[in-house]
Design a protein around this ligand. Structure first.
Ligand SMILES: Cc1cc2nc3c(=O)[nH]c(=O)nc-3n(C[C@H](O)[C@H](O)[C@H](O)COP(=O)(O)O)c2cc1C
Length: 448
């Protein structure tokens, strides 16, 4: 294959046919890796070929590796001798160069691959594979016949990454903070476009408990009139829309996202929806043409909220309504959020929220204030006293702690008992629905 075709065409593949990969093919691919440059030509990396499902299962269960590692018939574990040149990054660069060669050769041989830094706890991986010190696991590479054909994710334009002689600060860096106040709307747009889109389209980055989704449906239903025009506003990543879409069989549904790439994400999960984008305004939607604007946990994910609500007001018909769902800051959800940031020390997107992006709960009081200039509040509903996320986090805690536990403060030891207690408390307090203290709240307001 021509090199330029391989460079353009190679994609990270995360779904594989369950066919074994022949030893000769693996060796050919590793040989290509060996052709890569190495600092001082020191031969510092080696590869363990793992083709036993039971070992891959141990990677997931014991080390917290990403679950899609189980999809690959073969996983290459690349280990590097870290004793030499420890203070420099050259060992890592050596494996990166090798991986790139191996991915291109795999593609050339009609095989799919994906480099994975999400292998979890390297110490446990080393123990499972019998790797001694000073070898360290740098990454995994999944390998196999592809069972998907991922589209090319967006990449920065050449002009944005190209400098001559002097660095020119012309692109807007993405912050790493989990707090929404540290971001502007364009940075959120780019985060969704590049980072959230890193995996294939259609994946859910947000998780909602099924009981909570039922309650959300119940809150929307009474306000739906036949043939109404509904605008779902910045509900990225489309998870809520996917679950409530069945409500809108008799309505016209439009989804507005910050970019065409973000809209593609929602498109992959929904049907019979038309899409528009938000630049400085909601493009392509005329004044006073919409019956209902829906904001499903959108305000928590975006700065410049006034601008968005002003636009919602513009497109709504005279008697039009806005239905806003929020994660309430003045509830146990808010306490949980603060505990994650201040006690566990999760201040950056790495590991946490990395794909869904920054997120910050809002209090009912701030929401009322935000709405007050353009809307009259008609209805307030509280959904569950304690966060329904407790149930979801309980299932994910083990894997998360194995992957990211080292970065968290010692309060991490309280996570599992707290979730266990929280689960029991959640069930016994489900009936409490005071909007000011509920973890999830819904406000319905009429256009002024
Ligand atoms: C160093 C490195 C680490 C990566 N880690 C993961 C990972 O843990 N899990 C995963 O699914 N993909 C991982 N990827 C794949 C990237 O998500 C992927 O390269 C990126 O989204 C661009 O897509 P493309 O490779 O199809 O161009 C990694 C890639 C690199 C270079």
């Amino acid at each position: 294959m021509e090199l330029s075709l391989a460079l353009e065409g190679r994609r990270s593949v995360r779904k594989y046919k369950q066919e074994p990969v022949m030893r000769e093919v693996i060796q050919e691919i590793i040989k290509a890796g060996s052709c890569a440059p190495k600092p001082s030509n020191r031969q510092q990396w080696e590869i363990i070929v793992v083709n036993q499902k039971s070992i891959l299962e141990r990677f997931v269960k014991e080390a917290g590796a990403q679950e899609h590692v189980l999809a690959a018939p073969v996983v290459l574990v690349i280990v590097v001798d870290m004793e030499f040149n420890k203070e420099h990054w050259s060992n890592i660069q050596a494996t990166a160069a090798a991986c790139q060669n191996m991915q291109l050769r795999a593609f050339d041989l009609d095989y799919g691959s994906c480099v994975m830094a999400g292998f979890g706890d390297g110490k446990i991986i080393k123990a499972i594979l019998g790797v001694p010190d000073p070898w360290e696991v740098t990454c995994f590479m999944m390998l196999g016949k592809p069972d998907e054909a991922p589209s090319k994710p967006p990449k920065k334009e050449l002009e944005e990454i190209f400098h001559v002689n002097q660095f020119v600060n012309r692109t807007e860096r993405l912050p790493s903070s989990v707090r929404i106040k540290d971001w502007n709307l364009n940075q959120i747009r780019n985060h969704q476009k590049f980072v959230s889109r890193a995996y294939k389209l259609g994946v859910d980055y947000e998780f909602y408990d099924s009981d909570e989704l039922k309650k959300i449906q119940e809150c929307i239903k009474p306000f739906l009139t036949s043939k109404a025009k509904v605008l779902n506003l910045l509900g990225y990543d489309g998870t809520v829309l996917k679950h409530v879409q069945s409500l809108f069989a008799d309505q016209e549904l439009i989804d507005c996202e910050l970019s065409a790439e973000a809209a593609d994400f929602v498109k992959a999960k929904t049907s019979n929806v038309s899409f528009v984008t938000f630049t400085d305004k909601i493009e392509g939607v005329e004044d006073k043409t919409i019956d209902i604007v829906l904001l499903p946990f959108s305000l928590e994910k975006i700065p410049e909220k006034e601008k968005i609500l002003k636009e919602a007001h513009r497109v709504l018909k005279q008697e039009g309504k806005i239905i806003v769902f929020i994660k309430n800051k003045t509830s146990s959800y808010g306490l949980m959020y603060l505990a994650i940031i201040h006690l566990l020390g999760v201040k950056h997107l790495e590991g946490f929220y990395v794909r869904s992006g920054p997120f910050e709960p809002i209090s009912i009081f701030s929401l009322k204030k935000l709405l007050s200039s353009h809307f009259i509040i008609e209805n307030k509903t509280g959904i569950f006293l304690l966060p329904a996320e407790i149930k979801i986090y309980t299932g994910k805690a083990d894997g998360y702690l194995r992957r990211h536990g080292q970065k968290l403060s010692f309060f991490k030891y309280l996570i599992k008992p707290a979730l266990w207690l929280g689960n029991a408390a959640f069930t016994s307090t489900k009936w409490i629905n005071n909007v000011y203290v509920s973890s999830t709240s819904c406000i319905v307001a009429r256009k002024k």
